[in-house]
Design a binder for this molecule. Structure first.
Ligand code: BES
Ligand code: ZN
Ligand code: ZN
Length: 503
């Protein structure tokens, strides 16, 4: 899909579908109060074209509500799509991002191949153009890759329309940013969507290397031999039951003018291409979903792509630990003791708590490579979904200032994270009688926190953010603005977080 910019009145846009936004100006809380609807445009012809349908009472401009008008009078467009943005003044940039996604997902099943979306006048034009591009591109993705009846429903083009008076350079720059970030999110979603037999660790390594070459960053893919050399006993323990060789993906973005003593941001991802649970085998029901257990790793690969395109002036490295977690005669067993790269001994209580085992060595290695600030993303625990549902992903941090940067990033990206604690009082949960730590908590309580406590053992005093995305990495149902399947959560926020460190 091509995304471009056109400085033109919406009225004059010759397009199969013109999408505009509308709000309800009646701010009374009374549900039965008559709506006072208005399109967010000062163009008289547009207001006139929408006036009749808006007066019918069938549309209330609720968030993401849609109304279609064919052959609108006085407009060059073949169709007019009005999308609700709720009560006047209430919609955020993120609401606008979603509404743009709604426009695209409205067009796709109807075979409409191109649309134009008018920047609503209530918003800063450049900021709006960026989120519209993002929402549209994210909305364009569908996960039905292997259906033989799959129609190629991807749009050919989305045009962002802004009034000619808006500053062209700022608009263009904003659009380029939006495209880079959203296409990188879709790139991550494409990786996550592939099943275990088509997205082995080896293939994930190849995809990362291909991407790195395309955008001009360094990428090395290490095999088992190198993992043994590095003494990654924790990561390697997870690989023992699998016939598929593991890989460690190391990517580096090193801008020429980054200050020599400046920060080095380390992105670490869990790349379990299939999680059967290992000897602590998972129940069969829903196990097919465990192909998305590499969503954290994919988010880092996607973020590295976006970073390479946006070129912030800060050094970034990424470590993705990729393996399957399988049961086998050679697989690790509950009770086994493993020695991590850091030298810490780990008692394996449950082989299904494998994500923290691969990340332990990934985080340690990122520090050895020089990372001064760390972030990891992982589909780490079912417990995070029990705690936060499927609305917020879990975020953890050992450093207030670092978390402030993270909050700033999440405010820009619109992705929702809720902070959970990592305090020493939880440490006893992972105290082992035989080793330094054990890989699960002593009780089921606070499972997302005990997993984070485990990771914390491997970051030392490096400022660190941990994202547990298990509840949000896969969407079970379509929404008006995004398809079911892999969400690509993390890519946008991680990219923005890195940008907050650019000098
Ligand atoms: N990959 C799973 C976590 C997960 C669960 C991701 C649901 C996505 C959806 C992880 O490796 C796992 O199995 N965690 C265990 C930990 C337990 C054994 C302490 C869990 O959450 O049950
Ligand atoms: Zn597991
Ligand atoms: Zn897992």
């Amino acid at each position: 899909m091509k995304t471009d910019l056109l400085l033109s009145p919406a009225t004059a846009a010759s397009t199969p579908l013109l999408a505009v936004f509308a709000v309800d100006r009646n701010t009374s809380k009374d549900k039965d109060a008559k709506a006072d609807l208005a399109v967010l445009s000062s163009e008289p012809a547009l207001q006139k074209a929408a006036a009749f349908v808006l007066s019918t009472g069938e549309f209330r401009a609720e968030m993401n509500e849609t109304l279609l008008l064919h052959a609108p009078e006085g407009l060059a467009a073949a169709r007019l799509l009005v999308i609700g943005l709720g009560k006047t003044g209430k919609a955020t940039l993120h609401d606008l991002r979603r509404a743009a996604g709604t426009a695209v997902r409205f067009a796709k099943p109807r075979g409409i191949k191109a649309l134009a979306i008018a920047v609503p006048e209530d918003f800063d034009a450049a900021a709006a153009a960026r989120v519209i591009a993002e929402g549209a591109i994210v909305g364009d993705f569908d996960s039905d890759t292997y259906r033989t009846d799959r129609k190629d429903r991807s749009l050919d083009a989305v045009t962002v329309l802004a009034p000619a008076s808006s500053g062209k350079a700022a608009l263009e720059a904003a659009l380029v940013e939006g495209i880079a970030v959203a296409e990188s999110q879709n790139f991550a979603r494409t990786l996550i969507n592939e099943p275990g037999n088509r997205m082995t660790p080896t293939i994930l390594g190849q995809k990362a290397a291909e991407m790195a070459k395309e955008v001009g960053i360094q990428c090395e893919v290490y095999g088992a031999e190198k993992l043994r050399e590095l003494k990654m006993g924790s990561f390697l323990s997870v690989t023992l039951g699998s016939e598929e060789p593991p890989v460690l993906i190391v990517m580096k973005y090193e801008p020429e003018h980054a200050p020599a003593d400046g920060p080095v941001i380390g992105l670490v991802g869990k790349g379990i291409t299939f999680d059967s649970g290992g000897i602590s085998l998972k129940p069969g029901e829903g196990m097919e979903k465990m192909k998305y257990d590499m969503a954290g790793g994919a988010a880092m690969i996607g973020a590295m792509r976006a970073i390479a395109l946006l070129k912030p002036n800060v050094r970034v490295l990424s470590v993705v630990c990729a393996t399957e977690n399988m049961p086998d005669g050679k697989a690790q067993k509950p009770g086994d003791i493993q020695i991590a790269m850091s030298g810490k001994s780990i008692e394996i209580i449950n082989t299904d708590a494998e994500g923290r085992l691969v990340l332990a060595d990934g985080l340690h290695y990122a520090r050895e490579l020089g990372a001064t600030h760390l972030i990891d993303a992982a589909t780490l625990t079912g417990a995070v979904a029990v705690a936060l549902g499927q609305v917020n992903a879990g975020a953890f941090s050992n450093d207030e200032e670092t978390f402030e940067h993270f909050t700033e990033a999440a405010n820009i990206s619109g992705e929702k994270f809720w902070r959970l604690p990592v305090e020493d009082e939880y440490r006893e949960q992972i105290q082992s009688p035989i080793a330094d730590i054990q890989n699960t908590g002593k009780t089921r309580y606070g499972g997302a926190i005990t997993a984070a406590m485990f990771l914390k053992e491997f970051v030392g005093d490096t400022p660190w953010v941990h994202l547990d995305i298990a509840g949000l990495a896969w969407l079970d149902a379509d929404k008006s603005f995004i398809a079911r399947g892999p969400s690509g959560i993390g890519v946008r926020t991680i990219t923005e977080w890195v940008r907050t460190y650019a000098k």
